[in-house]
Design a protein around this ligand. Structure first.
Ligand code: FE
Length: 183
């Protein structure tokens, strides 16, 4: 039954992954693959590579239009993705996914240069997501045991916006997903 959900995930990438990623010059599938490759290049473990590959899965499965942000709507894709994925993957995979938007708000608060380097689309969505954390929110974020990996995932996310890069197929990550799938 485990293999079933991985097949379902790959089918969803095929059906929904070709749309562009929120104003960035890559498709959603390219974006998530680039993030996964960045995680591998960084020596991340299977859980974090899987998190990078699936971090925007919520964008693939929610039913809101892709240009929602332009219309001032936060799709809360991190929660949509988490709700589905938490049924099949452990916290080491799904907590960084749930926290990857919070990690952006965290980095904007603690690293002044981070905000300046955000892409245009990402800066726009930041406002819809609540803006940089204040001090209390920073402390609260750091109470989650997975916060460091959420920040690492965020950096892979930010690296996944390069047009025209040669990439492996999503299916090449099957062994990684199988290794971390819940029994
Ligand atoms: Fe992303």
């Amino acid at each position: 039954m485990g293999g079933g959900v991985i097949d379902e995930i790959f089918a969803t990438f095929r059906e929904k992954g070709r749309s562009t990623y929120l104003g960035e010059p890559v498709t959603l599938t390219e974006h998530m693959l680039q993030a996964a490759v960045a995680a591998e290049d960084d020596g991340a473990d299977d859980e974090l590579v899987a998190a990078a590959l699936l971090h925007d899965y919520g964008h693939l499965i929610h039913d809101l239009p892709e240009d929602s942000a332009e219309h001032g709507l936060d799709t809360a894709h991190e929660d949509v993705g988490h709700a589905f994925l938490a049924r099949h993957f452990p916290p080491e995979v799904v907590e960084p996914i749930r926290l990857h938007v919070a990690a952006k708000r965290y980095l904007c608060a603690v690293e002044p240069s981070y905000l300046d380097e955000l892409s245009e689309a990402s800066r726009h969505s930041l406002e819809l997501q609540g803006g940089p954390f204040d001090e209390a929110e920073v402390r609260e974020f750091q109470r989650n045991p997975h916060w460091r990996n959420a920040v690492r995932l965020r950096r892979y996310d930010d690296l996944g916006k390069e047009p025209g890069r040669r990439l492996p197929g999503v299916e090449s990550f099957r062994p990684v997903l199988e290794a971390v799938l819940l029994g």
